[in-house]
Design a protein around this ligand. Structure first.
Ligand code: C2E
Ligand code: MG
Ligand code: MG
Length: 737
């Protein structure tokens, strides 16, 4: 004990020193801890503030699922005002939070089993607004206790409503576009001049056989565009970007599999808030349409039988040749040729032989004239030749053109091989020159035609040079014209009616066709005097006469019990379409005859549209507003592009009789008629086939969906009294199918 006391007393200094040392250490530790604590608190506050500022919701919850903390984003997402309110009420509200029952339990099960939950997507409800939202949750258990047991879990929650809706929309668009022809796309152009593709439908990929690299780098697509169409494509895109107008372009591409196709693209640009421009667009494979168009364009300018240019081609060519002859001082000439007695060959040896002769004549004519000259077939047995540069003055031109006409006559003298037979025939040729003054193409053709008739009168196998000084011809023309004027007044004109038949054999309507009962020349057909009436300006009076007369007759038939919906088709001329007073006439004629305008169809030929397209389109619109239908007559002989047809809104197309006539033996006529029917159907137009003469033709047309017919096979055009009996009896006509 003593020793211990001694020891303590000896070491008391040490004790004091140690005590002091410990106190200092303790103080330093407290100070250090305070500093650390402050830093830690500051960091924690900053951390909590920045978590609060995030758009993503963060939370902490006890193991049994009770929420113990949450950031502002989460409070808002669930639909509470404050964090306190959320922590207090969430327990009772949590089940209402998920839309699908059991979703909360599923979350807890995954967390328990795996220790974490990732990308847990659910539909939930904003508890304040009731609006449905989509969320994606991630969470993990936190192990803090020394025994490794989890004390709580932490998680995050992201509002993915926009993305889900976009996905759903895309899904819907995919489904819709898979049923549509073509595909959908979006193309975005940013401020830096880069293009990206935010969206393409599966059908778009399939259509263009696109690979992913093209989608991620749209510039690669340019390599697929046909080099000749690339500039057009880029120009249209550029124009649309600068003017913010629709982007529309048709171009050819080479697909990844090497196949070439025509593509039609239509897109609308939209300016986004960030200044970039996005196109919403549609592409379609238009290869078939393009093929039909080019076929139609070919047949619009060429005669399918002889493959020579047709009347339309020739007239376009002549319209250009006249001013160029006037400018250069080199005269041109037109030879109007008609084969003498061609009808006899047709009637005695059949149409096939007739066709062979026409082909042979075409070849012979082409071989006889120079390469720069143009040989065309106007129709039937009429050929018209344009001779280029035949002299420097009218006299020389007349002489040289006459030499060519004589050469042709002597070439005909060699005869023609048609099949196994040798056929001898001669031509009658009318010659006219042009170049000295301002000539008009229609007038030149008429003069050449008149000269050709003069040659026929001289005993055929001859030619006549039209001489403007030859007063006789001019007088004849004037006489006929003034006769026609009287004929209209004295009602020498009469109207014949040709039945129009539907696929059940019912006569559903009639086409009115004018005839001239000439006191000396007998019954004249329209082709003998309609061109004359058009030349002299009498055509409007003539057509108005026919229109009114036919409506008068229709009114009588209706009184006598013809079908209520019986229709009438009347031919009108281009001049009428240009007259503003025509609409008034139509209203007057239909109302004074008490015929509903809806029963009337006006037939116009493609040639009517060639000039003054805008006035024609406007007048047609006015006519349709009256309820009157408009039919495109003789379709296929002129130049009507599909787009023009579309713009003019026809109700009906009449396939030209010349194509129907050659259906049996000519594959090209068959494919042309098929193409016309397909095109008319695509444009939702009624289709009438004219000049139907045989069962084969009828069956061919029926099988392709043409359900209306007109032709000698059913009935020739009939005088009014005969036609009246036919329709009042309501007899049906036998149809072959
Ligand atoms: P279109 O309007 O194409 O009329 C059909 C023409 O084909 C009629 O000739 C008709 O008789 C004829 N046709 C009908 N079925 C057949 C057939 O099976 N085979 C053949 N080869 N021909 C058939 P049409 O009466 O000689 O009239 C010729 C053209 O004169 C008409 O062609 C039409 O463009 C014009 N036309 C007729 N009447 C009028 C009219 O009142 N005003 C005007 N502006 N033109 C008229
Ligand atoms: Mg017609
Ligand atoms: Mg016709």
């Amino acid at each position: 004990m003593y020793e211990i006391v001694t020891l303590l007393s000896i070491n008391s200094d040490w004790l004091i020193t140690a005590n002091l040392l410990l106190s200092t250490l303790l103080l330093m530790w407290v100070l250090r801890y305070r500093t650390l604590y402050r830093v830690f608190r500051k960091e924690a506050e900053q951390h909590s503030n920045s978590i609060d500022e995030l758009n993503e919701g963060f939370y902490r919850a006890s193991i049994d699922g009770k929420l113990t903390n949450a950031n502002t984003a989460l409070v808002n997402m669930i639909g509470f005002e404050t964090r306190e309110e959320l922590l207090e009420e969430i327990d009772s509200a949590a089940d209402a939070w998920y839309i699908v029952p059991g979703r909360r339990k599923e979350f807890a099960r995954l967390l328990r089993t795996n220790g974490y939950v990732s990308d847990f997507v659910s539909e939930a409800k904003n508890l304040k607004t009731g609006e449905h939202i989509w969320i994606s949750e991630n969470a993990h258990l936190v192990n803090v206790a020394s025994n490794g047991k989890s004390t709580h879990y932490e998680g995050s929650m992201l509002d993915i409503t926009d993305a889900v809706q976009r996905n759903k929309l895309e899904d819907r668009i995919e489904k819709l576009s898979s049923n549509l022809p073509g595909g959908l796309f979006q193309l975005q152009y940013d401020n830096k001049g880069n293009f990206t593709v935010p969206y393409v439908s599966q059908s778009f990929r399939d259509l263009l056989r696109l690979e992913n690299q093209v989608i991620s780098n749209p510039n690669l697509f340019l390599k697929q565009i046909h080099p000749e169409h690339l500039e057009k494509y880029l120009q249209s895109l550029n124009k649309s970007l600068t003017r913010m107008t629709g982007w529309m372009v048709e171009f050819k591409i080479k697909k990844m599999d090497g196949v070439e196709r025509w593509i039609g693209l239509i897109a609308t640009p939209e300016k986004l808030a960030d200044g970039s421009i996005i196109f919403h667009g549609h592409v379609n494979d238009i290869t078939e349409r393009k093929e039909v168009e080019s076929k139609i364009a070919y047949y619009a300018y060429y005669d399918p039988l002889t493959r020579l240019p047709n009347r339309t081609f020739f007239m376009h060519h002549l319209e250009r040749a006249i001013p160029s002859a006037t400018r250069s001082g080199a005269y041109g000439a037109i030879l109007f040729l008609d084969i003498d007695n061609f009808k006899l060959l047709n009637d005695s040896h059949g149409h096939a032989k007739g066709d062979l002769l026409l082909k042979e004549v075409a070849n012979r004519l082409t071989a006889t004239v120079r390469v720069n000259d143009t040989v065309s077939r106007f129709g039937g047995d009429e050929f018209v030749i344009l001779l280029d540069d035949v002299g420097k003055n009218e006299i020389d031109a007349g002489k040289n053109a006459s030499i060519v006409a004589e050469k042709i006559i002597s070439e005909f003298g060699r005869g023609f091989d048609i099949g196994s037979d040798q056929h001898n025939c001669s031509p009658s040729i009318g010659v006219v020159t042009f170049g000295g003054q301002k000539d008009d193409a229609d007038a030149l053709i008429l003069n050449a035609d008149i000269a050709m008739y003069e040659a026929k009168k001289l005993g055929k196998n001859n030619f006549v040079l039209f001489d403007t000084d030859k007063s006789e011809i001019v007088t004849n023309l004037n006489q006929l014209q003034s006769r026609l004027r009287t004929a209209i007044k004295q009602e020498e004109l009469c109207v014949y009616f040709q039945p129009q038949i539907d696929h059940c054999g019912r006569i559903y309507g009639a086409e009115a066709l004018v005839r001239w009962q000439h006191p000396d020349l007998g019954l004249l057909m329209p082709n003998d005097f309609i061109p004359l009436a058009e030349q002299s300006g009498l055509i409007c009076d003539l057509n108005n006469f026919v229109l009114n007369k036919s409506l008068e007759k229709l009114a009588e038939w209706r009184e006598q019990g013809c079908d209520e919906d019986f229709r009438l088709a009347v031919n009108i001329s281009p001049q009428q379409l240009r007259q503003a007073s025509f609409i008034g006439k139509l209203t007057k004629f239909t109302s004074q005859n008490e015929v509903p305008p809806t029963l009337l169809t006006l037939e116009v030929t493609e040639h009517s549209m060639a000039r003054d397209f805008e006035t024609t389109a406007m007048r047609m619109q006015e006519i349709r507003q009256l309820g009157i239908k408009i039919s495109l007559d003789d379709f296929g002989t002129g130049y009507s592009s599909l787009s023009q047809l579309n713009e003019l809104h026809f109700d009906e197309v009449k396939i030209d009789g010349s194509f129907i006539a050659h259906l049996e033996e000519s594959k090209s006529s068959q494919s042309l008629v098929e193409a016309i029917i397909a095109m008319a159907k695509a444009l939702d137009l009624d289709i009438v086939a004219e000049h139907v003469n045989t069962n084969f033709q009828e069956r061919f047309l029926l099988a392709r969906g043409c359900l209306r017919f007109q032709g000698y096979c059913y009935s020739k055009p009939l005088p009014e009294d005969e036609f009246r009996k036919l329709i009042i009896s309501r007899e049906k006509i036998q149809i072959s199918a």
